[in-house]
Design a protein around this ligand. Structure first.
Ligand SMILES: [Zn+2]
Ligand SMILES: [Zn+2]
Length: 265
């Protein structure tokens, strides 16, 4: 009996800390690569490690990017951390609509891993490949008031912190668009092309980024990474990329625009 009372606190110290899994609620000893979720939930994440479509990062055959007569594309490629499925929809809902803070950490960690994968993929072709600045898809003022935060900006700031890359707000969105989920593909594309504008300070921001780049990078194109929560048709990302591309044209700076989204639907 006396030994038990002496040993119990020691056992507690030696055992890994136990908490409830964020996603399924079961007890977990936090042994997965992502803090807060259990091994079963971690193993259930539908990571896209080998995209079938090199352009949009889709995990399956992709008619969108090969369709003839498609809209001009202003970004090089998109990569997404996961394929959107019912479980991922629930996770995104917890974060985006219910404001569950613990999910923001989870999604940021997942995006951080996806960024590392994206970097490794590009460095196989260009060992110097790196992103100079991270930005995000903006939300309208109305959405911001409804939700209290821009879900893409929180993710963008998180990835910027993890990857030690500067974050800048470069794009604004004033016109309120109707709920995307209720529209078909061509409606969405038409709506999106006029939704985004450059932040009034975009030229100064880009000049500052150029000036702060390491000397070894002055002859490389300026590389942007646009962050969003989900990639569906690509029209949102393309419209944002166009705003950046136009700014590059104005100051005569060669640019490459990439995007990283948490899920690919
Ligand atoms: Zn779990
Ligand atoms: Zn594609």
């Amino acid at each position: 009996m006396i030994w038990k009372s002496i040993l119990d606190p020691i056992h507690r110290l030696l055992a890994p800390p136990v908490s409830n899994c964020l996603a399924c609620g079961r007890m977990t000893n936090r042994s997965t690569q992502i803090h807060g979720i259990c091994r079963d939930c971690y193993n259930g994440i539908p990571w896209i490690r080998h995209p079938r479509c090199r352009t949009c990062g889709r995990h399956m055959g992709c008619p969108d990017c090969t369709r003839a007569g498609g809209h001009e594309r202003f970004f090089i490629c998109n990569r997404s951390a996961v394929a959107y499925n019912p479980v991922m929809r629930e996770w995104l809902g917890q974060y985006k609509y219910r404001g569950n803070e613990r999910y923001s950490e989870l999604l940021i960690m997942m995006l951080g891993q996806a960024y590392v994968g994206m970097k490794n993929e590009h460095r196989r072709a260009d060992s110097q490949w790196t992103i100079d600045v991270i930005t995000c898809v903006p939300v309208s003022t109305i959405r911001l008031q409804e939700r209290g935060f821009n879900q893409a900006e929180v993710l963008g700031l998180g990835v910027a912190g993890l990857s030690q890359i500067p974050f800048r707000r470069l794009i604004i969105r004033e016109r309120h668009t109707d709920k995307q989920s209720l529209k078909n593909r061509s409606d969405r594309i038409r709506d999106m092309m006029n939704t985004f504008e450059a932040d009034p300070d975009i030229i100064n921001s880009i000049r500052n980024i150029i000036e702060s780049r390491h000397r070894s990078r002055v002859n490389s194109p300026l590389r942007f990474l646009v962050i969003d929560d989900i990639y569906t048709t690509g029209s949102t990302i393309n419209s944002c990329a166009r705003v950046l591309w136009v700014a590059g044209e104005v100051i005569g700076q060669p640019m490459e625009i990439y995007s990283l989204t948490w899920a690919r639907s």
